[in-house]
Ligand binder design. Structure first.
Ligand code: FAD
Length: 511
């Protein structure tokens, strides 16, 4: 028997070497919120509709109550796409969000409509690889930055942040990035998936073997190489690479910063130039313009708003450069106003007013319809509607976003690595249209907020679980209740963390 096993193992190793046998069914690349959410669902942590808690939308309540015994992972939820009409592309993100946090956008905090169960027997073997600590970009944010989202909007499957913080109020409050990062770092261990998450691993190449498997190659942080064979790959690689202005004078210019951490580091040097009559920690309203050259902030998003605030609170003059014209800024402000209420985000509200020119402040000037053309010694050249304009600056903060890092890794038609992710297009099922065994989730595919990306991760898991279980069909509303696919006799995996009880939609063990 032992001999047979050994022969079997040797044959397996040989077949593996030939690229015929996968090491695991799925490799998830990226251990940020999206990768962790996919892993939780693939590990058998499944959400169920709880009809007792209900949902304010009658149709949602009616349909999901009929299939209450089936987890959302096992249901065909495509009916929600029709309901969402123009937002159908990301319908699963919206559906999950409204179930996890019914009525939150109306300012009403109802309990979640979901209950959670662990079905470890239905886990799909997988590995999560990630260059950072679990939590992805959250482990790299400025720890003092306060999250835009309140705690409840950053919940990962089955284990809300409020449960981790042991404080229900925290769901309604914005937390510092350091707290969010700690929650995400501990999440794998708390829900029992830490054995699947390999942090400090960077994927450098993805290629298809002749037998149709994926060969995932990379390096550990020690520099040691590794290779894994798998049937399916989920890209959850986020947007970890800084966008550049890509203008003359940018490369190697140490007066340009791209992140809040870099800005803070540089700020020491800047404040030494400051007029000593201006208190550096004075509030924006009482501050007067400094005699020094201003900080130029480029961009019109939240990071730009954060940077403007940060500088003004320190009494530094800001020249805010935005590509958008007045009309586009008004539309942007409308969108932002609907998302950022004055009560929860008073600081952003004021910056958005400044950006539109509806308020003024001695420390703030704006340049709209303006593009950075080139950067010279202490001077930036802007292309504006009225011609070229030179702006002197002490420091330039380019808050222009990030992009995916998957350059040079994905294969192209001819087998050569592509120069960007664009050689694959991912449809509303998050699956590559070019290769059905490749998926992409999270901010890498446009789901930037945690509240929405978890639903996308659930949709990917739905497809993978169904295929792994021999291509069974998802349960469609209208079928007999007997179609439920919850397995009897499932047992909790050894060494699994104890799950929390079902209150507030926390995870329970159902099998
Ligand atoms: C300043 C700032 C503030 C934000 N505030 C909020 C907020 O308040 N609320 C909110 O919901 N969202 C916020 N976001 C958006 C944020 O992107 C999402 O919350 C979330 O982190 C996206 O998750 P993700 O898993 O898709 O990607 P990420 O969190 O970016 O994680 C991607 C992971 O992929 C890994 N990776 C990439 N390439 C490779 C490779 N080749 N090999 C191995 N691993 C790789 C990275 O190391 C990382 O672990 C903010 C973003 C920024 C920049």
């Amino acid at each position: 028997m032992n001999f047979l096993c050994r022969r079997g193992a040797a044959a397996d190793a040989a077949r593996r070497q030939l690229g015929l046998v996968p090491d695991t069914e799925v490799v998830v690349i990226g251990n940020g919120p999206a990768g962790l959410a996919v892993s939780a669902f693939l590990s058998g942590i499944h959400p169920y509709y709880d009809s007792l808690r209900g949902h304010p939308d009658d149709e949602v309540h009616r349909r999901l109550t009929r299939l209450e015994q089936s987890s959302l992972i096992d249901q065909d939820l495509s009916w929600y796409e029709q309901k969402m009409m123009e937002q159908a592309d990301r319908a699963m993100g919206y559906l999950y969000d409204t179930l996890a946090r019914p009525s939150i956008d109306a300012g009403i905090h109802r309990p979640s409509s979901l209950r959670w169960a662990a079905n470890p027997c239905r886990a799909v073997p997988h590995v999560v690889l990630g260059a950072t600590e679990p939590g992805g970009s959250w482990s790299t944010h400025d720890p003092e930055m306060v999250a835009v989202s309140v705690g409840g909007l950053l919940d990962l499957p089955g284990y809300p942040m409020a449960a981790w913080m042991e404080d229900p109020k925290s769901a309604r409050e914005r937390q510092p990035a350091s707290v969010v990062a700690a929650y995400m770092r501990e999440y794998p261990q708390r829900v029992g998936i830490s054995g699947r998450v390999r942090s400090g691993t960077t994927v450098t190449r993805l290629e298809k073997t002749p037998s149709g498997l994926w060969r995932v190659s990379g390096v550990y942080s020690s520099g040691r190489p590794f290779t894994l064979l798998t049937r399916r790959v989920v890209l959850a690689t986020g947007l970890m690479q800084q966008r550049m202005l890509e203008v003359e004078g940018e490369t190697g210019n140490d007066c340009i910063v791209y992140t809040m951490q870099q800005l803070k580091q540089k700020m020491g040097e800047i404040t030494t130039f400051q007029d000593p009559t201006v208190p550096s920690s004075s509030s924006a309203s009482s501050a007067a313009p400094t005699a020094t050259k201003p900080v130029i902030v480029v961009g019109d998003g939240i990071s730009a708003a954060d940077t403007v605030l940060f500088c003004m609170e320190r009494g530094l003059r800001v020249v805010h450069v935005m590509r958008k014209n007045e009309h586009e800024l008004r539309r942007l402000a409308q969108r932002l106003r609907s998302r950022f209420s004055v009560s929860l985000y008073p600081e952003y509200y004021n910056v958005f007013e400044l950006m539109q020119g509806r308020q003024s402040h001695p420390l703030y000037e704006r340049r709209v319809s303006a593009h950075v053309q080139k950067i010279e010694e202490g001077l930036v050249v802007l292309r504006t509607r009225t011609g070229m304009k030179e702006e002197p600056f002490s420091l330039l903060a380019a808050c222009i976003g990030q992009r995916t890092t998957f350059e040079g890794v994905l294969p192209e038609e001819g087998g050569e690595p592509s120069s960007s992710r664009s050689s694959h297009s991912f449809g509303r099922d998050y699956r590559s249209e070019e290769d059905g065994s490749l998926f992409c989730v999270g901010s890498a595919v446009g789901d930037h907020y945690v509240r929405f990306l978890v639903g996308g991760a659930m949709h990917v898991a739905q497809q993978i679980v169904a295929e792994h279980e021999n291509g069974r069909n998802l349960v469609v509303d209208g079928q007999e209740e007997g179609d439920t696919v919850i397995e009897e006799g499932d047992t909790v995996i050894a060494g699994q963390e104890p799950f929390l009880d079902a209150d507030d939609g926390l995870l329970e063990i159902s099998c």
